[in-house]
Write a protein of this length. Structure first.
Length: 223
C-alpha cells in the first residue's frame, strides 16, 4: 500500500483528499504542524507528497526544496495560484505534477496514479512487494525506497523475494539454496553467505540497514 502525505492548510480539503484516496487503497495522512513538515515527512516515510503552494510560515516551494535535499520522492503541487509562473516554479523546484484548485477528486486520483506509475515503474499491485516503505518490483527485480532505486542480480532478487513473502518467519538456508540453484548437487554454503552479504550492502546504500536478520545456524528473516 502506498503512503501519501498531504500538506494542505485547508483541513476540509486535506481530509476530503485523504478520505477519497483511502477509497482507492492508498494510505493518506494529513500534516497538522506546518512548522515541522520535514520532521513529519521523515517519520511518515511516504511514497508521494501532495503539497499546497500556500502554507503557513513557509510556502510549498520552500518545503519542496527541503524534501529534495533528502529524497527524490514524487511531489504533486496543489494550488489555486495557477498562474504560469507558479507552475514553472513548481516544476523547477522539483515537482512532478501541478493540480489547480478547484479540482475534481477523480482527476487528482488519476494524476496521483500516473505519477506513482512513472516513479515506481510497475503495473498493478500484484507485481510489487512492500516492506516499511520499500518496494520490490517483481517485474524488473528492482528495489525502490525513499525515491531511490537500485537494481538486483537474479540471486539477490530471489533471496529478497523469498524473505519478504515469508516476512516475520525464518527462511532456512537449505530452502534458499534449493530455490536459487534448483539442484540436489552440493553447493558451497559460503556461496549463499556471499550473496546475502552483497544484498545487505546494496540495501544499506539506500538506508535500509539491518533489514535482513541472521538466525545463526538456521537461516534469515525480515521482521
Amino acid at each position: 500500500m502506498y503512503r501519501i502525505l498531504i500538506v494542505e492548510d485547508d483541513r476540509t480539503i486535506a481530509e476530503t483528499l485523504a478520505s477519497h484516496l483511502g477509497k482507492w487503497g492508498y494510505e493518506a495522512e494529513c500534516v497538522d504542524d506546518f512548522k515541522n513538515i520535514l520532521e513529519k515527512f521523515t517519520q511518515y516515510d511516504p511514497q508521494l507528497v501532495i503539497l499546497d503552494v500556500m502554507l503557513p510560515f513557509f510556502n510549498g516551494f520552500h518545503w519542496c526544496q527541503e524534501i529534495r535535499k533528502i529524497s527524490k520522492i514524487p511531489i504533486v503541487f496543489l494550488s489555486s495560484a495557477n498562474e504560469n509562473m507558479n507552475i514553472v516554479m513548481a516544476m523547477n523546484m522539483g515537482g512532478d505534477e501541478f493540480i489547480e484548485k478547484p479540482f475534481d477528486l477523480n482527476v487528482v486520483t488519476a494524476k496521483v496514479q500516473a505519477v506513482l506509475r512513472r516513479a515506481y515503474s510497475f503495473q498493478g499491485s500484484a507485481n510489487v512487494l512492500e516492506y516499511h516503505g520499500m518496494l520490490l518490483n517483481l517485474n524488473d527485480a528492482s528495489v525502490t525506497y525513499m525515491g531511490q532505486k537500485l537494481e538486483l542480480t537474479k540471486n539477490e532478487f530471489r533471496i529478497l523475494q523469498m524473505l519478504l513473502e515469508s516476512s516475520g518467519k525464518i527462511v532456512s538456508r537449505d530452502l534458499i539454496i534449493t530455490s536459487l540453484w534448483e539442484s540436489d548437487e552440493f553447493i558451497d554454503d559460503n556461496t549463499l553467505t556471499v550473496n546475502v552479504s552483497r544484498l545487505r550492502r546494496k540495501l544499506e546504500e539506500i538506508g535500509l540497514d539491518d533489514m535482513i536478520r541472521t538466525k545463526k545456524g538456521i537461516g534469515y528473516m525480515v521482521e
